[in-house]
Write a protein that binds this ligand. Structure first.
Ligand code: T5A
Ligand code: NA
Length: 213
């Protein structure tokens, strides 16, 4: 994988809480590094920025915020990093992102905010070349360690979130691909499924970065 003037691929991992995004993102990072690709791993929410600290406090139920206000903060947290994502892609780095705008819509719409309203603040963010949706039932996700500590980690909420994710997937264009992976499988099988999606993407030539939505 020689760099040349080739731009980097933008890969997003999405899924319910405990679907295995962070585990798989770490494995993919390592594999891409071994394959000699320059790669950056990001995670949203980025809890380290000023906005991110406010989001973190909300998620831990240490503070309350209007549903619309927190939605806009999640989006602003992505906009804080949008230009650096684009710069990295242009410089030839692969950008791997643990959650993105799709989570923004899924969780807020699941709370009852209008779907179209939820999409609006993320219009024209850099669009991923592929979104890998780690699909798992809320029942199975719940059996994994630590479920139940943060605000949205309740089975009924996760069920609604999954339905919105399914709608998002069905509306995603062919250019901005949405690929579903069975996240209920053994960890190594999930890793292999993901690599089969990513390998051709990072070794191929990509057109210009597109925009949401
Ligand atoms: N949110 C986020 C919004 O509302 N709006 C937004 O715009 C955004 C960006 C925080 C919350 O914020 C919401 C969504 C979330 O509710 P977060 O910090 O990403 O988001 O929190 P989680 O998604 O919950 O992160 P987790 O770390 O809990 O889940 P992961 O990353 O999906 O799962 P992971 O990899 O940590 O794995 C969980 C456990 O399962 C095991 C792991 O070892 C680990 O113990 N595991 C498996 N076990 C069996 N089989 C497998 N295949 C396994 N894969 C992993
Ligand atoms: Na969580």
């Amino acid at each position: 994988m020689s760099a040349g003037n080739k731009r980097g691929a933008f890969i997003v991992m999405e899924g319910l809480d405990r679907s295995g995004k962070s585990t798989q993102a770490a494995r993919l990072l390592e594999r891409l590094q071994r394959a000699d690709a320059r790669v950056k791993l990001l995670k949203f929410p980025d809890r380290t920025t000023g906005i991110g600290i406010t989001i973190d406090s909300y998620l831990r139920s240490e503070s309350e915020l209007d549903d619309r206000a927190i939605h806009l903060l999640f989006s602003a947290n992505r906009w804080e990093l949008a230009s650096s994502i684009e710069e990295s892609l242009r410089a030839g780095s692969t950008v791997l992102c643990d959650r993105y705008a799709f989570s923004g819509i899924a969780f807020s719409a699941a709370k009852g905010l209008p779907y179209e309203w939820c999409r609006a603040p993320d219009i024209s963010l850099p669009a991923p070349d592929v979104t890998i949706f780690l699909d798992i039932t809320p029942e199975k996700a719940k059996q994994r360690g630590g479920y139940g500590e943060e605000r949205y980690e309740k089975e009924e909420m996760q069920r609604m979130v999954r339905e919105v994710f399914q709608r998002i997937g069905s509306e995603t264009s062919r250019e901005q691909r949405w690929v579903v992976v069975d996240a209920g499988q053994d960890i190594d099988l999930v890793t292999e499924d993901i690599w089969r999606i990513v390998e051709p993407l990072v070794s191929g030539v990509l057109g210009p970065v597109t925009r949401l939505w």
